[in-house]
Each structure stands twice: as structure tokens, then as C-alpha cells.
Ligand binder design. Structure first.
Ligand code: 5AD
Ligand code: SF4
Length: 458
């Protein structure tokens, strides 16, 4: 039929397409959004062009995410013009920044729906409102108790993310997160365990516990239920059926010896820790309000390596923070070398409006930021390659994700230490997806390991 339909009255199953930017918290929020939509009868579309509802789940941690978002929003305009009944929505932490929703309202009239990270559960009501009123719906913030038991449409049948704490109380001086995601709010332990048990019963093998700072888990729980992250990790580890438990992100100032002991004791806790250091100079760390020193950080690394043999340690590093001198940057390079990271996410400092660092004098010139970034990446790559080369000749357990996107005949998966492994399909028709397979590592490059499945002889 050719006639234009009244908006949202779909003669067939409505479809959705979600594009996610940013961190794993956002990726998991998208799984919840997908779960809510599927409960409403929507089905996933393979492209924006074939979707009735297009959602951009946004990030605001660095400026490039922002620029890309406005680019994508602009690109969606023709799709709205082509089918005015199509719903275009924007959600996630970007829209929680002051001023952004006004900008979207004025400059992007093709956007119908805007909601923040605290309003996910309101999506069905907001869609109903949109259909009823036929006018744009903007709903942000709404602090308060998080809504539990939302449906989740997981991306993987055998790996899952579980939120344990929302928000952040730290106010690192460069970071926008506490302003857009609010204060720390720990989920009740019994709710987390209930979710983890259900996941394990559903065949999930690997669970990643998520929070901006998982190490401060539990501080805000009611007195009778008080526990810390190490206690929670022990309880999650006791759930039957999980072979791999991960968590992120950890803050060095809150990483306790008790947690390190629990990582060592918990057999299913993966030998990997993501521990953002951000900078290697004490002067810069203080200006960033990180509340630890380079000496403290390096001591933690030593303690971790002693307690958890073979542990992989990864990090986040920012270069070109306001006031960073060449001398400070050399201290960062020195710390990176001493810590011998397995890999690192490296960022050029990006001023975020509303944060303390954005108002500091002595902002570092963009070309110096980039020059330092390249020097840092070179060192990080060299170290990553070194750590991966050490694995050559070893057999490691790989949880198989499936065939590589580029090559049908190559499997891709991850080691317990979080490294990506590629190996050819062994000679058998059996699908290894979702299984943990021993793989002999033949080549260690800076971003991937290459090997072959060890079959038969176990
Ligand atoms: N500029 C550059 N990098 C930043 N990050 C957070 N805020 C900024 C910023 N303003 C980086 C930090 C953090 C990671 C998620 O993003 O390294 O750990
Ligand atoms: Fe941002 Fe610091 Fe909180 Fe991490 S700990 S989310 S960097 S304020």
C-alpha cells in the first residue's frame, strides 16, 4: 500500500536500530533499550534505512564523540524527510549536559525524542506519549531509585554485562561523567546476584561487573546490607556455571589489598585488571584530583603481579592535561615503561565545559598534545607487542566469539587476560562459538594473537 500511514501505526512489526557511542556502560544501556523495545513488539533492523525507530545512544566524555554525534544527527535528516513517520531519538549521557537538549531542539528539528541515562525505563511511556501527542518528547534527569528488572536484549548469548554501581563521586578535574551520570548508587547485592544467577542459568559463561568506579561499590548501601566490592566479587564467583568474571572500571585510590587477595582466590576471576592511571607525574595527578601518587600506583602493580601470576594490566592515559610540561610527560612515559602495561587506551586531553580543568590556565597547545599522544602510542604498542610475544608457544584458553567479521574461516575470541586471539577453523564442522578452547599461540602482534586450536590430544 502506498498511502502514508498515520505515525507509529505499523501494519507490520515495527523495527528499531540503535547506534551506540562510548563506553561499556552505554553498550549495556543499549541492551536494556533493545530489551524494552522487543518487549513492545519491535524487532531489530539491520540498518537505519530499514528502521522505524532510530536511536543514537550518545557519549560526552571527549569532544570528538560530540562532533561525531552531530555529524550522525545531520545524516539522519534525509531519512526523516523520506519517511516523516519514522522516529528519531537521542539518548545517553551527551544529552544530559546543560544546553545540549536546547541545541537539539533548535538545530535538529527532525529529532522526535530525547531522554537521558536515568530515564531508560520510561522509553515505552515516552513512545506512547509521542504517538498520542504527535509532538516531540524531551525527558531528562529524574534522579531517584533506579528501576530494577528491566528486560535486556543481550548482544552475546554467552557473555553479559551487569551493572553494580551507577554514577561517580570522584570529580576528576577533567571528567564530565559525575555531572551527567550523577552520584554513586550501588545496586542491592541480592538484585545483582539474582541477575547473575539468571544469566548463568541461561548459559552465560562470562560476566563483566560494570561501574564508573566498581571499587567504591557498597559504601552507600543500608547499614544492614553493607558490603564492599571484594565481598560482592566473592559472592558472584560462587554462582554456579560461570567460568569467567571480569569487572571495570577500577580506581587506583580505592583498589584494596582485600580485593587483590579476592582476585587471586577466586578461580573464575579473570587475570586481567583495567586500572586507569591517567598520568605519571605527581603534579599532574594532583591537578587531575586523582588522589594517588605514581609511587602508590606502581606499588599496586607490584602487589597485583605478585598475587595474580600472569595478570594482564591495562590502563587509560591522558596526555596534554593543562599545565603538563615535557618533564611531566616524560614521567608518564617512565611510568608506562615501569608498569609494563599489556595495552592502553590513550587520549589527548579534551576540555569539557563545566569541568574544573577546562578553566585552568596553561592549556597545552593542540599540536603538542598530538605530538605527545603519538610518542605515547609508540611506546604502548611496543610494550603490547612485547607482552604478546611472550605468549608465543603457550597454550591459552580462548572463549570463542564466532567467526571474524572479515574472514569466515577464522575464529575470534578472547583469553582470560582479555587479549584477542584469531585462529583458523579446525577441520571439523562443529561450531565452536561460545566454547572455551585451548589455542596454541604462534604469533603475538601488538593488538592480536594468532594461533591454532589444540585438538584431540587433551
Ligand atoms: N579528555 C581526554 N580524555 C578523557 N577521559 C575522560 N575525560 C577526558 C577528557 N576530558 C578519558 C579517561 C577515562 C576514559 C574513559 O576517558 O582516560 O579513563
Ligand atoms: Fe570520571 Fe574520575 Fe569518575 Fe572515572 S573516576 S568517571 S575519570 S570522575
Amino acid at each position: 500500500m502506498k498511502d502514508r500511514l498515520p505515525s507509529c501505526a505499523h501494519p507490520r512489526t515495527p523495527t528499531y536500530y540503535i547506534r551506540t557511542f562510548g563506553c561499556q556502560m552505554n553498550a549495556h544501556d543499549s541492551e536494556v533499550i533493545a530489551g524494552l523495545l522487543e518487549q513492545l513488539g519491535y524487532k531489530r533492523a539491520s540498518s537505519p534505512e530499514t528502521a522505524d525507530l532510530i536511536l543514537l545512544n550518545t557519549c560526552c566524555v571527549r569532544a570528538n564523540a560530540e562532533n561525531r554525534l552531530y555529524g550522525h544527527l545531520g545524516n539522519l535528516k534525509p531519512l526523516k524527510e523520506e519517511r516523516p513517520d519514522r522516529v528519531i531519538g537521542v539518548c545517553g549521557c551527551f544529552v544530559q549536559q546543560p544546553g545540549e537538549q536546547e541545541k537539539i531542539r533548535e538545530e535538529f528539528p527532525h529529532v522526535d525524542l530525547v531522554f537521558g541515562t536515568h530515564n531508560l525505563h520510561r522509553l515505552p511511556a515516552l513512545l506512547a506519549q509521542l504517538e498520542e501527542t504527535k509532538s516531540r518528547v524531551f525527558e531528562l534527569w529524574q534522579e531517584g531509585e533506579r528501576v530494577e528488572d528491566l528486560p535486556v536484549q543481550r548482544e552475546s548469548p554467552f557473555r553479559a554485562w551487569v551493572n553494580i554501581i551507577y554514577g561517580c563521586n570522584n570529580f576528576c578535574s577533567y571528567c564530565i561523567v559525575p555531572y551527567v551520570r550523577g552520584r554513586e548508587q550501588s545496586r542491592r547485592p541480592e538484585k545483582i546476584l539474582e541477575e547473575v544467577r539468571a544469566l548463568a542459568a541461561d548459559g552465560v559463561k562470562e560476566v563483566t561487573l560494570l561501574g564508573q568506579n566498581v571499587n567504591s561499590y557498597g559504601r552507600d548501601l543500608p547499614a544492614g546490607e553493607r558490603m564492599d566490592f571484594a565481598d560482592l566479587l566473592r559472592l558472584v564467583g560462587e554462582v554456579d556455571g560461570l567460568s569467567r568474571i571480569r569487572f571495570q572500571t577500577s580506581h587506583p585510590k580505592d583498589l584494596s589489598s582485600k580485593l587483590i587477595r579476592q582476585m587471586a582466590a577466586g578461580e573464575n576471576v579473570c587475570e586481567h585488571l583495567h586500572l586507569p592511571v591517567q598520568a605519571g607525574s605527581n603534579r599532574v595527578l594532583a591537578a587531575m584530583n586523582r588522589q594517588y601518587t605514581r609511587e602508590h600506583y606502581l606499588k599496586l602493580i607490584e602487589e597485583l603481579r605478585a598475587a595474580v601470576p600472569g595478570i594482564a594490566i591495562t590502563t587509560d592515559i591522558i596526555v596534554g592535561f593543562p599545565g603538563e610540561e615535557e618533564e611531566d610527560f616524560l614521567q608518564t612515559l617512565d611510568l608506562v615503561e615501569k608498569a609494563a602495561f599489556d595495552s592502553a587506551f590513550t587520549f589527548a586531553y579534551s576540555p569539557r565545559k563545566g569541568t574544573k580543568a577546562a578553566t585552568l590556565p596553561n592549556q597545552v597547545a593542540p599540536e603538542i598534545r598530538m605530538e605527545r599522544l603519538y610518542r605515547l602510542i609508540e611506546l604502548v604498542d611496543t610494550l603490547a607487542k612485547k607482552s604478546n610475544k611472550r605468549l608465543e608457544g603457550e597454550v591459552v584458553a580462548v572463549l570463542v566469539e564466532g567467526s571474524s567479521a572479515k574472514r569466515e574461516d577464522i575464529y575470534t575470541g578472547y583469553t582470560r587476560t582479555g587479549k584477542q586471539v584469531l585462529f583458523p577453523h579446525p577441520d571439523s564442522d562443529e561450531d565452536l562459538t561460545g566454547r572455551e578452547i585451548p589455542v596454541l599461540i604462534e604469533k603475538g602482534l601488538s593488538h592480536t594473537l594468532h594461533g591454532k586450536a589444540v585438538t584431540g590430544r587433551e
